[in-house]
Design a protein around this ligand. Structure first.
Ligand code: NDP
Length: 393
């Protein structure tokens, strides 16, 4: 039985704790550590099993090393913020513990998220005999596994990949983000970027949109082109892909509020002087916005996230295909007291950690999800609450 240290007591962390606690035969001991100990205590109080808790500043490597030496985890599940990734990886190297996260590193000063900083740790992790699994959430995460599954089962050659993320849920608030507001707004306000014929092409933020018809009574929705980190690893690991794009839906209310916030400067990430105090407008805005973890009781509706792939099938004929999961906000809340965005991220994080500690996915070095056999992960998605469907178009 494994010992798991979960870092980050936010919306996603809450789901990871619930889901790990549901599998005592794999996760024998669980510790939840985060910056604010009260949040760890609140999550631990929801669980019937004993959950250890600890206060930690995950940007402080010596503090991390001390906690790891005390709790002695087999794996660390990092569901704090992308800013902490490198510090936690450094602590894993020092202590020889496996690492998993759900979002790639970005520095607070620069929202250009890319894998180069974490991929640079590959040799060090390999020499240390430990594994890092990057991006084990839904997107990145399940979308990478869906693509690997499509390649393994259905396609001789994949030509075009569109990852489509729809949140058709409604929390009833004029403006709230469904995961960390700072990270969400940095992502959505960055330039859009996609891959075509070996080159990356950029477009202005939210300037490209299309209509897409979603299954499960969700219907037609406008989808907007964004840059998302899994595109970088997927076009590297599946060389036949000529075009790869990422799309997301937004409500009218979200887009209108965001436009105003951008225009008045509230999404800036540089320091401004306010009456002699230095503040970062986006961080100040975050303190005013609803905590995504608090949206669970109000959110109704479904998410639908999937991969639309075209290319040449195993039979040599042209093939178009959509593989997706639909997740219900209220059903998630009933199970783990969280809305579906946290649920769809936390479940794959638990599954990734489970495959690592049981030795099913095991290699020394730093890896993305699609570098492993997708089959055991796909089985566990069905088993642990994120069933998937395939449609041949
Ligand atoms: P939250 O803001 O709800 O939670 C983050 C938690 O990390 C908070 O409890 C916060 O502490 C804690 N934290 C932040 N900084 C530190 C630090 N220096 N030391 C210790 N703890 C810290 O975010 P979410 O739960 O919504 O998201 C968690 C992660 O999941 C993010 O990286 C996000 O990008 C990723 N994500 C990935 C998705 C995917 O599909 N791959 C989808 C959605 C999210 P405090 O409570 O004190 O603020």
């Amino acid at each position: 039985m494994a010992r798991v240290l979960i870092i980050g007591a936010g919306g996603v962390g809450q789901v990871v704790v619930h889901k790990c606690a549901q599998v005592p035969e794999v996760f024998g001991e669980i510790c939840l550590a985060s910056r604010t100990i009260e949040k760890c205590r609140e999550i631990a109080s929801q669980i019937k099993r004993k959950i250890e808790i600890a206060q930690i500043d995950a940007d402080n490597v010596p503090q991390l090393v001390a906690l790891i030496r005390k709790f002695k985890p087999d794996v660390i599940v990092n569901v704090a913020l992308p800013y902490q990734d490198i510090h936690i990886m450094d602590a894993c190297l020092e202590t020889g513990v496996h690492y998993l996260d759900t979002a790639n590193y970005e520095s607070p000063e620069n929202p250009n998220f890319c894998y180069k900083w974490q991929w640079a740790y590959h040799r060090k992790f390999k020499e240390r005999g430990i594994m890092a699994l990057l991006g084990s959430g839904f997107d990145p995460g399940v979308t990478n596994v869906f693509t690997a599954w499509a390649q393994k089962k259905h396609f001789r050659r994949m030509d075009e990949l569109d990852i489509i993320d729809c949140n058709a849920g409604n929390h009833g608030m004029p403006f709230a983000t469904n995961f960390n507001p700072e990270i969400n707004i940095r992502e959505v306000t960055s330039k859009g970027c996609y891959f075509e014929n070996g080159k990356w092409k950029t477009v202005d933020s939210l300037s490209v949109s299309e209509n897409f018809y979603f299954p499960s009574n969700i219907g037609a929705k406008k989808i907007y082109l964004l840059y998302h980190e899994e595109l970088e690893s997927l076009v590297k690991n599946f060389k036949s892909i000529k075009k790869a794009r990422f799309w997301m839906t937004f409500s009218e209310s979200y887009l209108n509020h965001l436009k105003v916030l951008v225009n008045v400067g509230m999404t800036r990430i540089d320091e401004v002087d306010y009456r002699g105090v230095k503040i970062i407008p986006l961080q100040f805005l975050k303190t005013l916005l609803p905590d995504p973890a608090s949206l669970g009781p109000f959110t109704k509706g479904k998410t639908c996230i999937g991969c639309h792939i075209s290319g040449i099938g195993k039979d040599g004929k042209k093939k178009k295909y959509f593989i997706y999961n639909v997740c219900d906000h209220q059903k998630s809340y009933r199970e783990v007291k969280s809305q579906a965005i946290s649920y769809t991220t936390g479940v794959p994080a638990m599954i990734g950690a489970m495959l690592m500690v049981t030795g099913v996915w095991k290699k020394a070095g730093v890896f993305n999800m699609e570098q492993f056999d997708p089959e055991p992960f796909m089985e566990k998605l069905n088993e642990y609450g994120l069933p998937w469907k395939e449609v041949f178009l």
